[in-house]
Write a protein that binds this ligand. Structure first.
Ligand code: ME8
Length: 518
């Protein structure tokens, strides 16, 4: 069996509330996964939760719970969130699962045996909130640390370190020779700039169990647990390894070997991550993989961050967008549409309620919704819902735009793809306005022309359902159902002209996006 297209998201910290940024990233990954499946590629989409670390341990203690019980409760909320977004993830990893821990320990044992780690005493500053060591370089001009680090304490402790210095040059060469390894291009330049202008400091990969025990014990020294980032990054390969992926080096697969030649995932095709965690994914993770003897992922794709009304979102100021509230009020497809149409993968975005409502009203209700509703209603009214003989007036434009969308999906240009799809919506709406079928219907001599116009409109609606499927799956399915077609429009091959059979009877037209009073 050939390798599946494998797309991952960042795994979210379990102790936060699911917010707009999390939802945005997961929806992008879902569209990429659905698009690949629609295009006929076997696909595997992984998302999940990052559950270890001091913050989780402290929060659990504060609530009088065991860390595992605390994580289990939150994980249920996060899984429900994934379902609410209508994600089609094939698996959901939790870093506290045995299958993950086992492979992390196999990775650590291998790297330790091969001399990648050493033990040393560290003296300096530590931010619990960011679970990271700080140096004087991290101080602000006035000598203090950024409040984003939370409480910073002075530490004097022994830890294990991963030697990184020998890895710097090959990584620079690799990124230069593989121009799409980090995308978009300006993020790649940032990573290259960082690598060329700094000497990589060795990565601390442990925390003393005496200070923090909510982590995966180092297999070669149980007085320590694994640093959360080493643990978390590994998820992308632990799940394939646990499932017996033949693309994962054999020494990392759990024993007895669970080799499953049917499931080839590694190397990942896309690691989708936010810009803030790019360094972990484009610097540390490739080095970890190289040391493990595993091939590197094809791409680290970094998306931007959302603000609300031009301000950073923060619970303390109340300046947040609650995706669940938006979905409950407007529907999941309205949410998915706004984030994908408003913001390309890369730059930062700004959520405004006025912007959301404007897109809902112009593009969803008056654009797509109106086209589908008036096209199908006219077919129902004038032809009893029966599809007339095939006519190809809009064929070339529909085929041209569908092919454009296909190319954009393959390149993960989701915002561009939505623009192409809406170009077809506009073609349809303008056609209604120009051909005025409601006038043709009044003149029996124009019956044949009316048949032609109605075929073109109904067929455009059918093709739109296919193109929309990865983005707005519920809406695409509703269009299909209103067309009286079975199943979901989930195969891109259906976007060819002439799929609607003359004589077929459509279902009942109902508005897709009810207009809301301002
Ligand atoms: O970083 N806009 O978890 P996390 C867009 N556990 N994206 C945002 C965002 C915003 N306002 N805020 C956060 C972690 N994100 C680690 C990842 S991966 C091996 C471990 C994105 O819950 C953020 O950029 O803080 C990241 O990609 C994801 O949400 C999870 O963030």
């Amino acid at each position: 069996m050939s390798k599946r297209f494998y797309v991952t998201t960042a795994i979210d910290y379990v102790n936060g509330q699911p917010h707009l940024g999390h939802a945005y990233e997961k929806v992008i990954a879902d569209v990429i996964a659905r698009a690949r499946r629609s295009l006929g590629q076997e696909t595997f989409f992984l998302t999940g939760l990052d559950e270890h670390g001091q913050k989780v341990q402290q929060a659990a203690v504060a609530e009088g719970k065991s860390p595992q019980a605390y994580c289990d409760e939150l994980a249920a909320i996060w899984k429900a969130f994934a379902a609410k977004l209508e994600l089609t993830n094939d698996d959901f990893v939790r870093t506290t699962e045995a299958r993950h821990k086992q492979v992390v320990q196999a990775i650590l044992s291998k790297l330790h045996a091969e001399g990648h780690f050493y033990k040393e005493v560290y003296r300096g500053f530590y931010s619990t909130r960011e679970e990271t060591f700080l140096t004087h370089k991290d101080r602000r001009p006035d000598g203090t640390f950024d409040p984003a680090y939370g409480e910073v304490v002075e530490l004097d402790e022994e830890n294990y370190y991963f030697r990184l210095k020998d890895h710097q040059q090959w990584l620079i060469d690799y990124i230069e020779q593989n121009p799409t390894f980090v995308a978009p291009a300006y993020r790649r330049n940032e990573v290259l700039g960082f690598l060329k202008n700094n000497v990589l400091e060795d990565l601390c990969i442990s925390r003393p169990a005496a200070r923090l025990n909510w982590g995966i014990p180092l297999p070669f020294d149980p007085d320590f647990v694994t640093y959360v980032w080493f643990d978390a990054l590994s998820n992308y390969i632990t799940i394939p390894a646990a499932q017996g992926d033949p693309g994962v080096p054999g020494s990392l697969r759990p024993q007895p070997s669970t080799l499953n030649p049917q499931l080839a995932l590694w190397p990942a095709d896309i690691h989708l991550v936010g810009k803030d965690i790019l360094k972990f994914h484009a610097v540390y993770w490739p080095i970890m993989l190289k040391a493990m003897g595993a091939p590197l992922p094809k791409q680290v794709l970094a998306h931007g961050w959302w603000q609300k009304d031009g301000q950073r979102m923060s619970k303390s100021t109340g300046n947040v967008v609650d995706p669940i509230k938006v979905i409950d009020e407007w529907g999941v497809d309205a949410f998915r549409f706004y984030v994908l149409r408003e913001l390309d993968i890369g730059p930062d975005g700004n959520w405004t309620e006025a912007g959301f409502k404007a897109r809902y009203s112009a593009e969803l209700a008056n654009g797509l919704g109106n086209l589908v509703n008036r096209s199908l209603s006219m077919l129902k009214r004038y032809r009893n819902g029966i599809v007339p003989a095939q006519h190809d007036e809009l064929s070339s434009r529909a085929v041209f735009l569908s092919e454009q969308v296909r190319g954009q999906l393959v390149e993960n240009r989701l915002q561009d793809a939505l623009q192409s799809i809406w170009a077809l919506v506009t073609v349809g709406n303008q056609y209604v306005d120009q051909m005025a079928p409601f006038k043709l219907a009044k003149d029996p001599a124009k019956a044949e022309r009316l048949d032609e116009v109605l075929y073109n409109l109904t067929e455009v609606c059918r093709i739109l359902a296919v193109l929309l499927w990865p983005f707005l799956p519920g809406t695409a399915a509703r269009i299909n159902a209103q067309l009286g077609l079975p199943g979901a429009p989930d195969k891109f091959s259906g976007a060819h002209w002439g799929g609607l059979a003359p004589g077929h009877t459509i279902g009942t037209p109902t508005p897709l996006f009810p207009r809301k009073d301002p």
